[in-house]
Design a protein around this ligand. Structure first.
Ligand code: SF4
Ligand code: SF4
Length: 91
């Protein structure tokens, strides 16, 4: 079983889990769903951002469960997007 896997019935393919992962353990596959890189278990630092940022609760992580408060993850994603916008990577 992979480190992370989406519930394909609820995942909306927003990519937020992949964008927020500080260790770049999560990739978006050709089907648009997130998946873990090989050896993800060795690289993941168990920060939990990936599960917390998924507002529809679609991402399963082998170790981390969603916390009660996802504010920190959502703020981090907002900062990441703002910085990418400043660098001209997204509009
Ligand atoms: S954050 Fe959730 S909805 Fe968005 S791509 Fe990841 S698993 Fe799917
Ligand atoms: S727990 Fe943190 S490091 Fe591990 S996959 Fe999720 S976001 Fe990435």
């Amino acid at each position: 079983m992979e480190l992370v896997s989406p519930d394909k019935e609820t995942c909306v393919k927003c990519k937020a889990c992949a964008e927020i992962c500080p260790m770049r353990v999560i990739l978006i596959g050709e089907d648009g769903y997130p998946r873990a890189i090989s050896n993800a278990f060795k690289t993941c630092i168990n920060c939990g951002y990936c599960v917390d940022v998924c507002t529809v609760g679609a991402l399963h992580h082998r170790v981390r469960k969603r916390s009660m408060n996802s504010d920190a993850a959502l703020k981090r994603l907002k900062r990441i997007k703002e910085n990418r916008k400043k660098r001209g990577e997204i509009k």
